[in-house]
Design a binder for this molecule. Structure first.
Ligand code: ADP
Ligand code: ASP
Ligand code: MG
Length: 442
């Protein structure tokens, strides 16, 4: 069995839904199809939530009306029969009635906010499933809220998904195609929650890992993982093969094509991940698996919103135990550290969640000297095969970065990552310079 995930743009227009119907039925294998919300919907739902949070009900109602109008015209084109259209209309009316009912709940809390954002995937999957029914495709809807669960630390519980999904699938052996919602889940309080923005990729990987799928396919609007961010750099190209580790680094360090955690469950269960383009299904895309190719530098990604913290030991040289004390502070505030560089008496670390920054620096300040931290930094992550005994790679990177100030450099922790920290105002220039310096173009 395979798991195929289609993102927002792949379901964002009625004709796109028609083409993915063809894609999933042309391939005869049994599959679970994970869908995102129609493109733009999650943003609209978040914005409705913001109006409600600020008690602006009139503004929220206007936004709801305009989103509803979009769905009304969408279903007119999606279905071909009167019966199909009626089903579609019932689906959108039900979901929008629910959204409207939230306007009256005061105060509007995080619980309601999460219920609103979940509506995007609830709408797209039911609409698509009704379309498959209209087309006579043997399919069934699997409610993600019955098998996707996060724990108190917001970590998905894979064993729960495995147990629930296996049981559900065993009841539906006659079906070929299963549709489910990406992104949404329940939390330990039984409330509706989600896997954060872009989380449908993560759902696909968790589902694929849980059922030990043959392959996970992520269908999107580009022909695979590119060697650099195509939104910023002009001359980019798709990378045909990546190892799990390489893809995980790129996703974690900002390659938007994948949610940062996507690769973890697939890697854990050894399920290959293929990235494919819905608009160009014949393009090879990217295969992410165990095996590696020997090209030296594979791809570059960048992650913004980074804060760098500079910590000096007050005991000067030979201060053993200092590192442990420093990292304990980050652990106590559940704040992951991304990059680290050290000298004998100083440590520089970066974090991307600065929610507890003041508390962290207050505690660190009790036993260390702190320099003013830098906000608005970007980590640039260069991924490839950098064998320790091979000379010249760092030189190429430094040469490309000749004119750009670098705050931190991390090299050598793994053989497939060099990370640089730069001020975000230099990010675009750095990505372009590295592209020209590290890849060969004809
Ligand atoms: P979906 O809605 O299908 O989940 P996303 O918008 O989340 O799609 O991800 C696809 C987009 O990711 C591409 O259109 C591209 O602009 C962006 N992107 C950023 N970095 C990369 C990269 N290294 N390779 C490919 N796409 C990338
Ligand atoms: N719809 C959600 C979002 O826009 C999840 C996803 O598309 O992956 O973030
Ligand atoms: Mg996405």
């Amino acid at each position: 069995m395979q798991v195929w995930k289609f993102g927002g743009t792949s379901v964002g227009k009625p004709e796109r839904m028609h083409s993915i119907r063809n894609l999933i039925t042309e391939d005869s294998g049994r599959k679970i199809v994970v869908l995102s919300a129609l493109s733009g919907t999650t943003n609209s739902l978040i914005s409705i939530g913001e109006s409600l949070k600020s008690n602006n009900d009139a503004e929220a109602n206007e936004k709801i009306d305009s989103l509803y109008a979009h769905y009304q015209s969408f279903i007119k084109e999606l279905y071909k029969t009167e019966e199909g259209y009626t089903k579609g209309k019932t689906i959108i009316d039900n979901e929008f009635n629910f959204i409207r009912s939230l306007v009256n709940i005061k105060p509007f809390t995080l619980k309601q906010e999460k219920e609103i954002v979940a509506e995007g995937e609830l709408l797209s999957t039911q609409m698509f499933e009704a379309y498959l029914q209209e087309e006579g495709v043997s399919s069934a809807l699997l409610p993600a809220l019955d098998f996707m669960l996060i724990d108190a630390d917001n970590e998905p519980v894979l064993s729960f998904t495995e147990e629930k999904l296996t049981a559900m699938l065993s009841q539906l052996e006659d079906k070929q195609i299963f549709i489910t919602q990406g992104f949404i889940c329940r939390n330990p309080r039984g409330e509706v929650d989600n896997l954060k923005r872009g989380g449908s990729d993560y759902t696909a990987s968790l589902v694929g890992g849980a059922i030990r799928a043959e392959e996970i396919q992520i269908w999107t609007d580009i022909d695979g993982m590119h060697n650099n961010d195509p939104r910023i750099v002009k001359r980019t190209f798709p990378v045909r093969e990546l190892t799990f580790e390489e893809a995980a680094e790129l996703a974690y360090f900002g390659a938007k094509i994948l949610h940062p955690s996507t690769i973890t469950p697939a890697k854990m269960r050894g399920v290959p991940v293929r990235l494919k383009n819905t608009m160009e299904p014949n393009a090879y895309g990217t295969l992410i698996a165990d095996k590696t190719t020997d090209s030296e530098i594979k791809a570059i990604a960048a992650k913004d919103g980074i804060t760098a913290i500079y910590i000096h030991s007050t005991r000067m040289l030979n201060a053993y135990g200092f590192m442990r004390k420093v990292f304990e502070v980050f652990e106590n505030f559940k704040t992951p550290v991304d990059m680290i560089t050290t000298s004998e008496v100083s440590i520089a670390v970066t974090i991307d969640n600065a929610e507890n920054l003041d508390k962290i620096t207050a505690v660190l300040g009790q036993f260390a000297d702190l320099e003013e931290h830098d906000r608005n930094q970007s980590i640039i992550c260069i991924v490839g095969n950098f064998m320790a005994d091979k000379a010249g790679i760092a030189l190429k990177v430094m040469e490309a970065m000749r004119d750009i100030p670098i705050r931190m450099i991390a090299y050598g922790a793994s053989e497939h990552n060099i990370s640089l920290l730069v001020d975000t105002k230099h990010k675009n220039e750095a990505l372009n310079a590295l592209n020209e310096g590290l890849f060969k173009f004809d």
